[in-house]
Design a protein around this ligand. Structure first.
Ligand code: SF4
Length: 366
């Protein structure tokens, strides 16, 4: 994608392309430049995406990594995160169940492999897991690794050091624990734990040798500075993976009436995250379908990964539509380790049904 650029007004960088070049030379963009992306006019959007795509392409080419979520324990959470349908203050009509047994978690792993996901995310509601829950998850992870070879990311809430070590020993690759919002705005969305608690869990996981996945939820009433705060903090923490969620306001939660996002702003947010965290996996995560709508595909110019299939308590776009979108972009899915021809056949059937006509090649909790 190549788009003519115009200079951002009063920018430290004289153009969006200069910003990309600065990043590719290994120099971080300034906070003012990051803010400037979020405040830019819609007329600048293609030029901004072009700059972000240069950086994305440098580190990830045309690859797209897919993640598959399994809500291993739903609802029943004593915390009061305002955005969450599983919290004690939510009236949302969701399923509520305790930790799934090994058979159900293995079933989720099979679906993840069939969906060509590289990473299986095991997510449990709650403030943090009991030791028994950690041991249960650790036991299942050993089986999943042996049978499917999937990368495993666990999102179990606040962790103690010995719990993180036990997960690592079982083969867990990564832990997700989102910052969700800035330190300044955090008390507005949650009072039962603090931003510092969240940082502490990330630090514990890093010390245990686990990779970090941490991101945010945009659209909860925060201001642009808060979004930049999170991006800068994640760059400082050097996290490997950043899921950017766009609030899907769920009836029955305190944020049910919060609808402040439009697709163009969502794309600017993703571009800003790419330019502030150039080497991190950047995932367009929850709320993709409802907030980006007809512009979903463009999210993959700055982002290099996405969830496939459903989210924790809301449905996602069908996997075959995601595959078609990726194919239409000319991008390729980074295959998982479990790639038996049988599973690829399972994917081809629905894909070819929807694609053949157009393509001659057959074309947290957190
Ligand atoms: S985000 Fe996690 S900790 Fe917060 S209410 Fe939801 S399940 Fe509980």
């Amino acid at each position: 994608m190549s788009v003519a650029t115009s200079a951002p007004v009063n920018a430290e960088c004289s153009s969006w392309q200069e910003m990309a070049e600065q990043v590719l030379e290994g120099r971080a963009i300034s906070r003012d430049d990051a803010l400037r992306i979020l405040k830019s006019k819609d007329e600048e959007l293609l030029a901004i995406l072009d700059a972000a795509y240069r950086v994305r392409h440098q580190y990830f080419g045309k690859s797209v990594q897919l993640y598959y979520l399994k809500n291993a324990k739903s609802g029943l959470c004593p915390e009061d995160c305002n955005y969450c349908s599983q919290s004690k203050i939510s009236d949302a009509p969701i399923e509520r169940y305790a930790m799934l047994n090994a058979e159900r978690l293995m079933e989720g792993a099979r679906k993840a492999a069939e969906s060509r996901a590289r990473t299986y995310c095991i997510v449990a509601s709650g403030r943090g897991p009991s030791d028994r829950e950690v041991d249960h998850v650790a036991g299942v992870v050993r089986q999943i690794k042996e049978k499917y070879g999937l990368h495993i990311c666990c999102c179990l809430g606040l962790l103690e050091p010995d719990q993180a070590l036990r997960l690592k020993a079982a083969g867990v690759d990564r832990v997700n624990h989102n910052l969700n919002t800035s330190e300044r705005y955090h008390p507005e969305i949650c009072t039962t734990h603090t931003f510092r608690d969240r940082l502490e869990t990330l630090s514990i996981c890093r010390d245990a040798g686990l990779e970090l996945c941490a991101g945010m939820i945009v659209g909860m009433g925060e201001v642009h500075d808060d979004v930049v705060d999170v991006a800068m903090k994640l760059a400082e923490l050097n996290v490997e993976s950043i899921p950017v969620n766009f609030l899907h306001a769920i009836d029955g939660t305190p944020l049910q009436s919060q609808h402040q996002l439009d697709p163009r702003f969502c794309l600017k947010v993703l571009a800003m995250f790419r330019l502030t965290n150039p080497k991190a996996e950047l995932r367009v995560a929850g709320g993709r379908e409802v907030n980006l709508r007809s512009m979903q595909a463009m999210a993959l110019y700055p982002a290099n990964s996405m969830f496939v299939s459903d989210y924790l308590t809301t449905p996602g776009q069908k996997a075959e539509e995601d595959f078609r979108m990726i194919g239409d972009l000319g991008f390729q899915i980074t295959a998982g380790d479990y790639e038996s021809s049988k599973l690829l056949e399972l994917w081809k059937v629905p894909h070819e049904k929807t694609c053949a006509a157009e393509s001659p090649s057959g074309g947290c909790c957190g």
